[in-house]
Design a protein around this ligand. Structure first.
Ligand code: ADP
Ligand code: MG
Ligand code: MG
Length: 549
């Protein structure tokens, strides 16, 4: 079914009025970014005094209802698939090892793999793990008027924009409720807006993990509540690991507010460099303690001898890109966090599982089948038990066919004929390294010269992917702070969210701990058709909502 003509027409006066309503709503409802950080600022972390509204689409964008629902359904399979991949040490080692795998040529991947290897050799102390996922799709024109969804990538670390996405849903519902201009279209009604509870879902994953930590804390040596050395009992807190000068804090702070105000859970927010002073209590089951901010800021001073806050869950909103680790000490800190008893979201194994290389390997014959159609594989010391991955879901051949039908052709650049194959069709291809956060890919006409400069060894760290051909013809108004609105031909990228509390082993889990996964929530990012990339933070796309048609 073709998408309807879009957007409804507006007079100049209507456009101005609607923009005023929309931007003031955005400013009033946390649909915001901090302004770019200024190096000249006198204080290292000044309290922000202003913010810009985030970029958004003035109208929600039509999206085929059956394909939206299909993406939501696939998310359940992905939640389990990625927990199983993250639990299969041999599989991940064969790909990422710094001795025989990609870790040899990609330093960043190799360093993360080594940390994971060291921590495994010592013994993982926390069997529970948390994944918060976002699977991204573009609509794909199959030709002959048929449309499908195709997966762009699967994110397992810092899956962002849950809060901003839910706020965008609020924006479009408000505009529908308060303006008459929207009524120029039959399909533009609140009942056609997709439900967006992404913030609630992400928070739920964190809460479930936090509660499981409290229960699991009772197993083994110590009491449920963290006890500081000065004798006060303190309830553990969730740690958010964040980037310096983060502009996207209005996507993170609402999670903190919900955790505290709806669930009574405090959050400790730290950069990796601030966590160098975090401490693991070796005698006490490797509990992780993070100092109060004022004692972290006073170098080496530990006046009150306080342990700081015990940490239940480490939620990484940083740590996915090499620039997050400017010194070896930053990697040491990551290792300290990984060794600890806190539940990691994600653990390194799951971070590695989310790389583009895994996406390519899964598409090789038999690989995804080996994860979904057989009993889950567990790590070496628990293999006999065979049931520790989240849920003992049984998948069908049809489930696997549906996953495969949502994939574009993908292969590693070190496979036979990969270079000739890519060069002969480069205008239809994108090359991707094992990186996150946007801006790392090589597209179309840039591919031949890029491949010339890539030596044979380096090819192992890159994958090739056929370009998804999004249908054209839908337009929307893009509203960006401080800029004229533009009416652009657009393409929308749908992200579906899910989370899973899972384990790589079956040992010593109290029966009260329920391993679980859930899907829910979505992100729609809309960009001009001429742009290859699609990030929000990188400025290519705007926040949007799905109008189901
Ligand atoms: P990152 O992890 O950096 O976000 P992605 O794989 O999502 O990397 O690529 C960034 C952007 O590039 C996507 O948001 C999408 O707009 C575009 N892109 C990636 N792969 C494809 C593809 N196969 N076809 C079309 N566009 C793509
Ligand atoms: Mg992406
Ligand atoms: Mg990504």
């Amino acid at each position: 079914m073709p998408l309807p003509p879009w957007p409804p027409s507006l007079s100049q006066a209507q456009l101005e009025e609607l923009t005023l309503q929309a931007t003031t709503y955005a400013l009033a409802n946390s649909l915001l970014f901090l302004p770019p950080h200024s190096e000249s600022s006198k204080h290292p972390s000044p309290a922000p005094a202003s913010a810009d509204h985030a970029p958004f689409a003035l109208f929600p964008t039509p999206f085929p209802r059956h394909l939206f629902e299909h993406a939501m359904k696939l998310q359940r399979i992905y939640n389990v698939l990625y927990t199983r991949i993250a639990s299969d040490e041999d599989f991940l080692d064969s790909i990422f090892s710094a001795d025989v795998g990609m870790g040899k040529v990609d330093n960043f991947v190799g360093t993360l793999w080594r940390i994971w290897k060291d921590v495994r050799t010592e013994g993982l102390i926390q069997p529970l793990q948390l994944g918060i996922f976002r699977s991204d799709y573009l609509l794909h024109d199959e030709g002959g008027g048929e449309m499908t969804i195709k997966q762009v990538e699967f994110n397992t670390i810092a899956s962002a924009a849950g809060a901003l996405s839910q706020a965008t849903d609020g924006l479009h519902r408000y505009l529908l409720a308060c303006t008459e201009y929207f009524h120029g279209s039959d399909i533009l009604k609140a009942s056609n807006l997709a439900t967006n509870d992404t913030l609630v879902q992400v928070v739920k994953g964190l809460v479930v993990a936090h509660q499981a930590y409290l229960q699991f804390g009772a197993v083994g040596s110590s009491p449920v509540l963290g006890a500081s050395s000065n004798g006060t009992k303190r309830v553990p807190r969730i740690l958010f690991v964040v980037q310096p000068n983060e502009r996207n804090i209005f996507d993170q702070k609402p999670l903190e507010y919900a955790l505290l105000m709806h669930h009574g859970i405090h959050v400790v927010r730290r950069r990796l460099d601030q966590l160098a002073s975090a401490r693991i209590s070796e005698r006490d089951g490797r509990r992780l303690y993070v100092k109060d901010q004022d004692s972290c800021d006073r170098d080496g001073v530990d006046e009150d001898q306080d342990d700081g806050w015990e940490i239940s869950v480490i939620y990484f909103r940083a740590g996915y890109t090499p620039t997050d680790y400017p010194t070896p000490a930053h990697f040491e800190t990551r290792k300290l966090l990984e060794r600890s008893r806190a539940i990691k979201c994600p653990p390194i194994a799951l971070q590695l599982a989310g790389s583009k290389k895994i996406q390519a390997v899964l598409s090789d014959p038999g690989v995804v089948e080996s994860f979904l159609l057989r009993a889950p594989k567990l790590c070496r010391n628990a293999r006999e038990k065979q049931s520790g991955s989240v849920g003992d879901h049984v998948f069908t051949v049809r489930d696997v066919e549906e996953l495969r039908a949502s994939w574009m052709e993908m292969y590693s650049l070190d496979t036979p004929n990969a270079i000739t194959r890519t060069l002969s069709q480069h205008m239809d291809m994108v090359l991707k390294p094992q990186r996150e956060g946007g801006g790392n890919n090589v597209y179309k006409a840039h591919i031949p010269s890029f491949l010339e400069g890539l030596d044979e060894k380096e090819r192992e760290a890159w994958i090739a992917m056929r370009l998804i051909r999004a249908p054209v013809g839908v337009r929307n108004w893009l509203v960006r702070s401080g800029r004229e609105n533009t009416l652009a031909n657009v393409v929308s990228e749908l992200g579906t969210f899910g989370w899973a509390l899972f384990t790589h082993t079956q040992t010593s889990l109290p029966s009260s701990i329920k391993l679980q996964e859930e899907s829910g929530g979505y992100l729609l990012r809309t960009k001009g058709v001429e742009s290859d990339e699609g990030g929000l933070a990188t400025g290519f796309s705007v926040l949007d909502s799905a109008l189901l048609v």
